[in-house]
Design a protein. Structure first.
Length: 175
């Protein structure tokens, strides 16, 4: 399948994704019993995962959204800047919702930003994780599916803005 100028092949089906999302929601529900966590959704990529995750989460919860703007120059390690009102996270049980943790640059930035705002607690849930590409040591508390270090798209993840709407996940063809 061609997206933009690149060729992709089917990788993870919507059924497999759905099972993983339900399992994550169930684990979170159990761990946050008696609490009202705030799901902090990291836009743009996590929008679809977050939507399905909270639909499957039956306990009380709140939602907050944060956009990370990447400034990508000629280097691949893009710097990120958060857009979020200060004090919004103080004394809250935060669950950071990411679609993917790859190198960990984004999550590192987020954690530093979050710590400065004194939340009561914070944990990370990511639907996808590339352990071989991960360069940080922060634990990813809840991981849906570990994947190899290859570019994917679909289910919220894009290539050059394209492919976010696809219900299944595709992997870049390399040969
Ligand atoms: O672990 P890393 O190497 O930092 O990669 C993970 C980040 O990359 C993606 O966001 P992206 O910057 O593509 O923005 P988007 O969510 O708006 O597509 C994803 O949503 C994560 O935030
Ligand atoms: N679309 C997409 N975005 C990413 N951000 C970090 N890793 C990836 C990836 O594999 N695919």
């Amino acid at each position: 399948m061609k997206i933009g100028d690149l060729e992709f092949k089917p990788f993870i089906s919507r059924d497999e994704i759905s099972k993983s999302v339900k399992a994550l929601a169930a684990r979170l529900e159990q761990d946050y019993t008696g609490k009202t966590p705030t799901f902090l959704v990291i836009l743009n990529g996590a929008f679809m995962f977050a939507s399905d995750l909270v639909k499957n989460y039956k306990g009380d919860c709140k939602l907050s959204f944060m956009r990370l703007a990447s400034y990508q120059g000629t280097h691949t390690t893009g710097k990120v800047k958060a857009y979020l009102e200060a004090e919004q996270l103080k004394n809250k049980d935060i669950i950071i919702v990411e679609d993917i943790v790859d190198t960990g640059n984004s999550i590192e930035y987020l954690i530093k930003h979050l710590q400065a705002q004194n939340p009561k607690s914070y944990r990370i849930v990511s639907l996808f994780h590339k352990p071989d590409a991960y360069k940080k040591t922060y634990p990813i508390d809840y991981i849906g599916i570990n994947i190899p270090d290859k570019f994917i798209l679909g289910y919220g993840l894009d290539y050059d803005g394209l492919g976010r709407n696809l219900p299944d996940v595709y992997q870049l063809k390399t040969s």
